[in-house]
Ligand binder design. Structure first.
Ligand SMILES: [Zn+2]
Length: 140
């Protein structure tokens, strides 16, 4: 099992930390799970399969790339998140659809996106909130 950042010490505040794992070299990976009964995969990991109700879920590292399925940009939203707040669905290369913060100024449905971990906001104590994000593959 990969180390996850969920509940990690060091005072790091996480959003969606259960879906962020680290390889032994420290590189972040997107974590999901796979139902051993119906084989459905999903992000973030859950303990009960929403498709078949199975409870035998196993960790499944997800591809870090996919295509932007849909998105929205929120200008009035929760104070703790950056504004404008870009959120979207990414269809990963294995077909799993992930809801995520997006990094960038402009987006196009169908464009290639890449997983990363970044600061997505600040908590009421003015500490950074870190979460998984997707950004354009060209690095913009
Ligand atoms: Zn299932």
């Amino acid at each position: 099992m990969l180390e996850t950042l969920n509940g990690a010490g060091g005072g790091e505040r996480l959003v969606g930390g259960a879906a962020i794992g680290r390889k032994s070299n420290g590189e972040p990976v997107l974590l999901g799970c796979k139902c051993t009964a119906c084989e459905k995969e999903m992000v973030p990991p859950v303990s009960v399969c929403p498709v078949c109700g199975g409870e035998a879920m196993r960790e499944a590292v997800q591809p870090g790339e996919g295509v932007l399925y849909s998105y929205t940009v929120v200008h009035v939203g929760p104070k703790r998140f950056r504004r404008p707040l870009a959120l979207g669905y990414i269809d990963l290369d294995n077909g799993v659809r992930v809801f995520s913060h997006l990094e960038g100024d402009t987006f196009e449905i169908g464009e290639r996106m890449k997983f990363d971990v970044a600061i997505v906001g600040r908590d009421p104590d003015e500490r950074d909130l870190t979460g998984y994000v997707f950004r354009k593959e060209d690095g913009q």
